[in-house]
Design a protein. Structure first.
Length: 221
């Protein structure tokens, strides 16, 4: 046997020993962790492959469309929860082509008065120190969903279909409308108007006016 052959044979034995040792170490580690942990690790990897975590890439370019100064006095806030049912294709073939979902909507409605709508003539002071203020009519500023608390409770789609991709979007739009409607029916506008009047009265009296008269302006159409 030549010197080169001897060297190759020795290297081969070393590689076999290294691989065998690695295999033994791996086997020992698996034995220590136990079959349950190993199986759980495999299951986790499979789940990561089948259901990968979404990666979001926001566009670095931001376009500011409008900047507007606000003078809004927010005086009432409602937290509302509504259950919305949205459906399509609910006929004789609903089992095949129908789509129906139940959406639990959680949102908030904020109302108040827009002080920027006041004119100089809306504030008058008499020689006796009485101040009269015409406050703009209260309005709803915000009616929006809380996406973290809103969710689809149940959904049934036809067997050969995957449902209407726009159905949840329509349910969310309807939910925002219904949340605002519920707040209005419960009296958020009146509450916002009363709170604004009470706030302005306290403010003006703290400035030294002994008599304050608060009037409501014409509501917006």
């Amino acid at each position: 046997m030549t010197k080169n052959q001897t060297t190759i044979l020795v290297i081969g034995f070393l590689l076999i020993a290294a691989l065998t040792g690695w295999g033994i170490v791996t086997a020992i580690q698996n034995a220590v962790r136990g079959p349950t942990e190993v199986g759980a690790g495999v299951a986790t990897r499979v789940q990561q492959i089948i259901h990968p975590t979404p990666t979001i890439y926001p566009d670095p370019t931001t376009i500011v469309l409008q900047v507007r100064s606000l003078a809004r006095l927010e005086t009432a806030q409602y937290t509302v929860e509504k259950v919305i049912t949205a459906e399509t294709g609910q006929g004789a073939l609903a089992t095949l082509f129908g789509d129906r979902l139940i959406f639990v909507a959680h949102g908030e409605v904020i109302a108040g008065v827009d002080m920027s709508r006041m004119a100089q003539s809306d504030v008058t002071v008499s020689p006796e120190g009485r101040v009269t203020v015409i406050v703009p009519a209260a309005e709803v500023f915000v009616a929006t969903l809380d996406n973290e608390k809103s969710y689809v409770y149940d959904r049934e789609t036809g067997l050969p279909t995957h449902g209407d991709m726009n159905l949840e979007t329509l349910a969310r739009q309807a939910a925002e409308t219904e949340i605002e409607k519920a707040a209005r029916e419960d009296g958020i506008i009146k509450l916002a108007q009363d709170n604004a009047a009470a706030f302005l009265e306290r403010l003006l009296k703290s400035l030294g006016f002994k008599e304050v008269v608060i009037l409501q302006g014409t509501p917006l159409p």
